[in-house]
Design a protein around this ligand. Structure first.
Ligand code: TRP
Length: 346
């Protein structure tokens, strides 16, 4: 019995935060049992914006793996994919790029939003190319399902398009058309109360933050409320966190009612939500401790290498099928010859 396949991943640009958790990480942990999972660390894509900082990218790559293991991604059940180790991905990127009109790539809302957010005066050629590379990441593993945050959905749509086009042009039934799976919270606000939670905006609560740090950040959370008895805004970031992280739904209802009626002050609610967040991430701190320090790093590097062998074999198999469909495969021509010559000599 084959399980449906999942591929998703993260660009190592820093530690992962609560937005990643509710957007995609929770889904991954949950789906590990009945799906064949591949979780990719997009370390090549990290060079789109930080080509001059290879040491930072290396450090962040290890940190992302620490976050994965901390959150409960189980290396015994799921495969970690270090992007730079998979030769088939850049090759597939090149081939898929021929099936995507240049204007189509540049129109992708995910790409446009990133270019706007990062306020890049000028970007490398590789920046827009990474979105085609992301299609290759997914298709190299012939994934059925891609759990991502809402911001990535448009790129997954482009991936679906290119998968269909490949089939129409070359046939071969190589790729499933992958489905996107969004998290339970589409867009988690940051502690500035306005923007999406993001490392680069400095408004993130990290999965690796300690209890005191979580409380400190929560105390500084912006709610826009003038006094403790003002009616609280049910759409504020604070209430969004309460809904996302307070485990008991009855308590969430109580808090919402009290907050909206002006009976619960910001300070009390912030402290309670901070405790709820801490309860979610505390087990992660424990699991992370096993991969701390240089010994932890060595274990991670070994894990990545071992997993890359399996991942590389899967992606190589895809590439062979792709090349066969595209009539690029000399080997297929030869295997058709071989039985005949084998017959002739025996
Ligand atoms: N672009 C994604 C991000 O920055 C990371 C990523 C790379 C990815 N390849 C992927 C996500 C393939 C899903 C599938 O978050």
């Amino acid at each position: 019995m084959t399980r449906p396949r999942i591929l998703t991943g993260d660009t190592p640009s820093g530690r992962l935060h609560l937005g990643h958790l509710v957007g995609s990480l929770e889904n991954r942990v949950r789906l590990q049992d009945d799906h064949e999972c591949f979780f990719l660390i997009a370390n090549v894509h990290a060079f789109t914006t930080r080509a001059d900082r290879p040491d930072d990218i290396r450090r962040d790559t290890i940190e992302v793996v620490r976050d994965y293991l901390a959150v409960g991604i189980d290396p015994a059940r799921s495969t970690l994919v270090l992007q730079s180790e998979i030769r088939a991905i850049p090759e597939l990127t090149f081939l898929l790029a021929m099936l995507l009109p240049f204007a189509r790539v540049m129109r992708n809302p995910t790409l446009k939003a990133e270019l706007a957010d990062k306020q890049l005066e000028q970007h490398s050629f590789g920046f827009p190319l990474y979105t085609v590379g992301q299609c290759a990441d997914i298709l190299a593993f012939r994934a059925d399902l891609v759990p991502v945050g809402e911001d990535q959905a448009a790129t997954i749509e482009m991936c679906r398009e290119v998968a269909r086009r490949f089939e129409r042009v070359y046939g071969g039934a190589v790729f499933p058309v992958p489905e996107v799976l969004l998290g339970r919270v589409a867009r988690l606000a940051g502690t500035d109360g306005v923007h999406k939670m993001s490392k680069s905006l400095g408004n993130a609560i990290f999965l690796s933050d300690g209890r005191a740090e979580i409380h400190r950040k929560m105390r500084g959370l912006y709610t826009g409320r003038q006094s403790a008895t003002d009616p609280g805004d049910p759409d504020s970031a604070l209430m969004q966190y309460a809904r996302a992280f307070v485990a008991d739904p009855d308590r969430v209802r109580e808090l919402t009612d009290g907050y909206v009626r002006g009976e619960i002050g910001d300070g009390a609610l912030k402290a309670e939500v901070a405790d709820a967040i801490d309860a979610v991430v505390a087990p992660m701190r424990e699991r992370r401790a096993a991969y701390d320090g240089p010994r932890g790093e060595a274990a991670i590097l070994e894990l990545l290498q071992e997993h890359a062998r399996h991942a590389g074999a899967v992606a190589d198999e895809t590439l062979a099928r792709v090349k066969e469909a595209m009539r690029l495969d000399l080997r297929t021509a030869r295997t058709e010859e071989r039985p005949r010559s084998a017959l002739a000599t025996s």
